[in-house]
Ligand binder design. Structure first.
Ligand SMILES: [Zn+2]
Length: 344
């Protein structure tokens, strides 16, 4: 399958067409560390920003898509805002330079910083799924429900979510394109399943798909790709449908929010489909037998993490714990009409 995204190959220097953004002498070198504090170029005009949730490296990513109208994909949580703003500053983005901010969905580890970032970049349009928009304008209910899910972690880890003025919001319809510059746009791909308000972005220039949490979680520090099936929205059929939509677009690579760029997109999407079905099968069997779903998932899949060091397991447990996945699967199984055929 196709490997990492191809560079445009014209050896161009962007100095003249976007004066305020970072220059890339080398269009793509996946192994090159970026300059300290200024992200890492993962494809032509795509910079991965480590938003360092909880101070942890390589757990939460944002992506800057460069061009005359640069767009940020994901802000990370509110606690990540100082780190994010410092990186954007190091990349040469002044307060008036950022044209857009997209959140793949409104969970706090993706969108918690959006009110702060909108304030820091007054020209930026904030793009969000139709089902998420009102919660960015008035986050009261969202923060209340996050407080129930996260408990103490809300303030100790994530922070909250400041409102975004309604006139700054742009509701992103499926298939809509966000212009980044001549020949470059981000196409919105409605992708419910992980959350009903989830949208992925497909970059027309690099071919990368910014998949948020719809493909799952795989941290570079270890472990296999695992599904992310949290409450309250998780829906298996929708999640599988979103993976199929991604595959049909034939992306050149898949950029996860947790964390980073994966090559071999067809293989990754196939793997995501397979693991999602297996997790759902184990959960459904436990559910039907009245057993504890979290215990069943742990028994079935804990060995996936045998090679992962304890410090990195802790990150995974916070980001994508078995209990959160079990709670989402439990809710999905409870709400599903009894007459539904089993998935597959
Ligand atoms: Zn997430």
């Amino acid at each position: 399958m196709s490997g990492p995204p191809a560079a445009t190959g014209d050896g161009h220097d962007h100095a003249h067409d976007h004066a305020h953004t970072h220059r890339h002498a080398h269009p793509y070198d996946p192994t090159a560390p970026g300059p300290p504090g200024a992200g890492r170029t993962i494809a032509d005009g795509v910079v991965e920003l480590d938003t360092l949730l909880g101070g942890w490296e390589r757990v939460t990513a944002g992506y800057l898509i460069e061009g005359p109208e640069p767009v940020l994909v994901e802000t990370g949580s509110q606690s990540s805002v100082p780190v994010l703003l410092a990186q954007l500053d190091a990349l040469g983005l002044g307060p008036t330079d950022l044209a857009g901010v997209v959140v793949t969905h409104i969970h706090l580890d993706h969108a918690g910083g959006v009110g702060d970032v909108a304030r820091a970049f007054p020209n930026a349009t904030v793009y969000v799924h139709p089902k998420g928009a009102r919660h960015l304008a008035d986050p009261t209910k969202l923060v209340d429900s996050a407080a129930r899910v996260y408990g103490d972690l809300l303030d100790s880890l994530y922070g909250r979510l400041d409102p975004t003025p309604a006139e700054r919001l742009h509701v992103l319809e499926d298939g809509e394109a966000i212009r980044v510059g001549p020949g470059r746009e981000l196409v919105a791909v409605d992708s419910p399943g992980h959350a009903k308000h989830h949208v992925a972005l497909h970059d027309s220039l690099s071919g990368l798909l910014f998949a948020g949490d719809a493909v799952g979680v795989k941290l570079p520090d270890g472990g296999v790709l695992r599904p992310s099936t949290p409450p309250p929205d998780f829906d298996l059929d929708q999640a599988l449908g979103s993976l199929a939509r991604f595959a049909a677009r034939r992306p050149a690579g898949i950029a996860l929010a947790h964390y980073g760029l994966l090559g071999d997109p067809a293989e990754v999407l196939d793997e995501a489909d397979g693991t999602l079905r297996r997790w759902a099968e184990v959960a459904e069997a436990a559910f039907r037998q009245g057993e504890d779903i979290a215990a069943a998932l742990a028994a079935a899949f804990e060995s996936d993490l045998d090679d992962v060091a304890d410090e990195h397991r802790r990150k995974l447990e916070v980001m994508n714990g078995v209990h959160s996945n079990a709670a989402g699967l439990q809710r999905w199984l409870s709400l599903r009409a009894p007459a539904d055929p089993p998935p597959g």
